[in-house]
Design a protein around this ligand. Structure first.
Ligand code: PGA
Length: 250
């Protein structure tokens, strides 16, 4: 199995020099990862520098967020087109921390479509804020998928990755249990099959939320996922190296 591991550095580290040294360490660790493809999503301002300093093939680059318009009057934004030009071939879309500052499912859908037309791989993030015994969270996930994928044709589903990240497990003390992720993966596939037909069965699913070297192996073995979206443990060189060795053993 070739796992996908997305290193979402978020707004870390604080300087370009620190980003370069984190990148050097991540690169070294990644080269040992025979069974994983590593995608680094640094803060956009560091992306061109890291990309041009890299000669290898092992690591790929992603953007944490990109605007769906090519260009225009959107102060502070970076477009997916610009990110692609800077070397990003993957795009995290609709991360919970973007949704928390106002991004809607409709915005997410436009970004997914734009990323696909640019031949970038969208990593569409979904996840409920809370779980309820009555199953409201399932309805919430269904809606996020329905609207987020509304303008995506079934033929394009193979070019999309879904990252399930329950908001309550992001930046938390513990990850979700792999068996619960397994159930959620089945639910996600079934939901996409309902809207897009059979190609929904083969959509790639990642888990994200408090992944580190202690829980990555079990999640990959038992969670019915094709990879992981990693926050904190990817912004720390030593932790990321441990994580990669845990994945090697998975
Ligand atoms: P975390 O973040 O690994 O720090 O919980 C995951 C994410 O938000 O992608």
């Amino acid at each position: 199995m070739q796992w996908l591991v997305v290193a979402n550095w978020k707004m870390n580290p604080g300087t370009a020099a620190a980003a370069l040294s984190l990148f050097e360490a991540t690169k070294k660790a990644s080269e040992k990862a025979r069974n994983a493809t590593i995608i680094i999503a640094p803060p956009a301002i560091f992306l061109p520098r890291l990309r041009t300093s890299y000669r290898g093939k092992k690591v790929q680059f992603g953007i944490q967020h990109g605007h769906f318009e090519h260009s225009g009057s959107y102060t502070g934004e970076i477009s997916l087109t610009q990110a692609k030009d800077a070397g990003a071939s993957w795009a995290i879309i609709g991360h919970a921390e973007r949704r928390a500052v106002g991004e809607t499912d409709e915005d997410v859908c436009k970004q997914v479509v734009r990323a696909l037309t640019l031949k970038m791989t969208p990593i569409l993030c979904i996840g409920e804020k809370v779980r309820s015994a009555s199953g409201d969270h399932l309805h919430f996930i269904k809606e996020q998928l329905r609207i987020g994928l509304a303008d995506v044709s079934p033929a394009k589903l193979g070019k999309i990755v879904i990252a399930y990240e329950p908001v309550w497990a992001i930046g938390a003390a513990e990850a979700m249990q792999p068996r619960d992720m397994h159930e959620m993966a089945i639910f996600i596939r079934k939901t996409i099959v309902d809207t897009h037909g059979k190609p929904g069965l083969s959509v790639k699913i990642l888990y994200g939320g408090s992944i580190d070297e202690t829980n990555a192996g079990a999640m990959l073995r038992e969670g019915d996922v094709q990879g992981l979206l990693v926050g904190r443990a990817s912004a720390d060189a030593a932790q990321f190296a441990h994580l990669v060795s845990a994945i090697e053993k998975a």
